[in-house]
Design a protein. Structure first.
Length: 627
């Protein structure tokens, strides 16, 4: 009688489902070019794999790239997890040794069954040497990994996922799924960001949170109660009122089911760990805000995290600074400042910095609540977030506390001097109110800075060349030094079409006519357009791509040192026209197609403006100019 085969085949559907959840294409690569997962003997149809394995058949082999694969071996019963992992590593070693073109640097053991559940252990061959457990900090990763995670580990050549933070690409994919799921459950698009925020807080309280059949109301009440505790503990109950999940009786069960599905997706993505180790929530929330009306109504254009990183690096933010963002949004600049500062000090000093030296204001209670949560996960700072228009207030010392507070009115009484040392901001674009334009935010921010304090602001490029703001630019230079101007890629806020720049200003000293400014343009920031968002190019670290420019800007802006220029990319030159933008001051260099289009648009707009001016002055207009 033939020997009964072990029942590890029962794990096949479980493995396939988990891989699909992690965005693997589980089709056989031999049958479909886009397929990524071989099951059992299917892998032996690949000559390179067969050369290493002979007739051996792991449960699964997943194709990471043309040069690397991942081996998965399953066993019946959780007690056999060590055996499963050992066999997976043996298969991986055989593939790597037997093939001159293919390596198998990842091996995973899966052990268990549907009744007792499944254990998962993964190891990575670091530097082609010893096998190391794949971990997040001190904890082994106990789930199947996504392709993006394997690629990050490979790029970092480090088995600790903390060294390979969640990418914008992964965040976009996760948020897109959640957006679709909440849409099907009829959760309004303007409320989806805060629903997800509440779920994150509830999960932090209880990672095992789950829906019991027939208990939809209890489930949602439990989510709300767990999230509310964090706002109550911080004394920010007014923020909670903008967040509470309020399902309708008609859709109660559908919404509870959707929330349960989202919780499972968040848990599988280890999102709570990710938000503590990198600023991913800003990009995450942006995906939801973009589809609603909140960001449109408020002129919110959320700043990409790599631009926040650039600004804090150039301004050399440290714990000795007092940092302010008068248009905080979801808190990206404040978190970037905190991240940089805490790298230099102890945990206690970092916490004190967050509580006493980080300040922000945000007019939308809903967006401010998202900033609160973002800052909560990254290390406090939440106590200094004002929910109102910053233009109504000034930051001043509070005699009763070791921190600054927001006081009504812009005028300072005698003896009250500004205390802020660094401003980082991206003011709302294109608000209808004539008193809340981008330059008004710059004026307000400069008023909070002490003399010689540094300001960075994202601005529409038009502010620095349109005639409407010519007088403002002259006033700016009369009292402050323009240190540097950086032109961002045309599609930096894609799909929002806005030609934008970043300015670096030192307060309190007039700009001399012959003084050099560092003019720069970012032709490549390491990102590409995908599905309505900009995401990292695969295998590219934006910090390495942008490092030469960041180093040059920091040396000039923070220390007054001049590093070598790159003609056409960044150059030192005095102001030569009233258009304070890089393209008017840089030498010739090839432009990217998108940049060329933006430059044509700018020149066309300038031509129209000149013609309009001529007409207003009743001067003759050349007849053969076509617009």
């Amino acid at each position: 009688m033939p020997r009964a085969r072990n029942s590890e085949f029962r794990a096949y559907p479980w493995i396939e489902q988990r891989l699909a959840e992690r965005d693997w294409n589980t089709r056989n690569p031999n049958r479909q070019a886009s397929g990524e997962v071989w099951t059992q003997g299917e892998c032996l149809e690949n000559d390179e794999i067969r050369r290493g394995l002979g007739e051996q058949k792991p449960e699964n082999v997943a194709r990471i790239s043309d040069a690397s694969v991942w081996v998965i071996e399953a066993k019946e019963g959780q007690q056999r997890i060590v055996q499963a992992l050992a066999e997976a590593k043996a298969y991986a070693d055989a593939i790597t040794t037997g093939s001159s073109l293919l390596a198998a640097p990842f091996a995973t053991g899966v052990a268990g069954n549907d009744e007792e559940g499944y254990l998962v252990r993964t190891e990575y061959r670091e530097g082609g040497g010893s096998w190391r457990p794949v971990v997040m900090g001190a904890n082994p990763v106990t789930r199947l990994l996504s392709k993006h995670e394997l690629l990050r580990i490979l790029a970092a050549d480090n088995a600790d996922l903390d060294f390979a933070p969640l990418t914008v690409r992964e965040v976009v994919d996760l948020a897109s799924y959640i957006n679709r799921r909440l849409h099907v459950a009829k959760i309004e698009k303007d409320h989806r960001a805060v629903v997800v925020a509440v779920l994150l807080l509830a999960l932090e309280s209880d990672l095992g949170l789950s829906l019991t059949q027939g208990a939809s109301r209890v489930f949602i009440d439990d989510i709300n109660a767990r999230a509310r505790r964090i706002f109550d503990a911080a004394g920010r109950q007014e923020l909670w009122d903008t967040l509470k999940i309020r399902p309708s009786n008609e859709t109660l069960d559908d919404q509870a089911a959707a929330l349960s599905d989202v919780i499972i997706k968040l848990r599988n993505a280890d999102i709570l760990h990710a938000v503590r180790t990198a600023d991913v929530l800003g990009s995450f929330f942006e995906n939801f805000l973009r589809y609603g009306n909140t960001s449109k109504d408020l002129g919110i254009v959320l700043t990409p995290r790599h631009i926040c990183w650039l600004a804090t690096e150039v301004l050399n933010v440290s714990t000795s600074d007092i940092v302010y963002d008068p248009a905080a949004g979801t808190g990206g600049f404040l978190i970037a400042a905190f991240n940089r500062a805490k790298e230099q000090v102890t945990a206690t000093q970092a916490t004190n910095f967050a509580k006493t030296r980080l300040y922000g204001a945000e007019v939308s209670g809903k967006v401010a609540a998202l900033a609160f949560i973002n800052m909560y996960f990254r290390g406090d700072g939440k106590h200094n977030l004002k929910i109102d228009s910053s233009l109504r207030y000034r930051l001043a010392s509070d005699a009763q506390a070791q921190r600054l507070t927001f006081h009504e009115g812009q005028e300072r009484p005698r003896g009250e001097g500004p205390k802020v040392t660094k401003v980082l901001m991206n003011p709302p674009f294109g608000l209808k109110s004539s008193s809340e334009k981008e330059p008004h935010f710059v004026n307000h921010a400069l008023a909070q800075l002490e003399t010689n304090g540094l300001l960075f602001s994202v601005l529409p490029a038009s502010v620095m060349y349109d005639r409407e703001w010519k007088a403002w630019r002259e006033t700016l230079l009369h009292s402050n030094q323009l240190l540097a101007v950086v032109a961002f890629p045309i599609d930096i806020f894609y799909p929002v079409a806005t030609e934008s720049i970043g300015i670096f200003v030192k307060k309190g000293v007039a700009h001399n006519a012959g003084q050099d400014v560092l003019w720069a343009r970012i032709a490549d920031d390491g990102f590409v357009k995908r599905k309505g968002f900009r995401v990292e190019r695969r295998g590219v670290d934006y910090k390495l791509v942008m490092a030469p420019l960041v180093d040059t800007l920091r040396a000039w802006v923070s220390y007054g040192n001049r590093l070598a220029a790159r003609p056409g990319e960044y150059e030192y030159a005095p102001i030569s026209s009233d258009e304070l933008i890089p393209h008017s001051h840089l030498g010739t260099a090839a432009l990217e197609p998108a940049e060329f289009e933006g430059e044509v648009r700018r020149i066309f707009k300038s031509m129209v403006t000149q013609l309009w001016d001529q007409e207003q002055r009743a001067e003759p207009v050349v007849d053969d100019v076509e617009l």
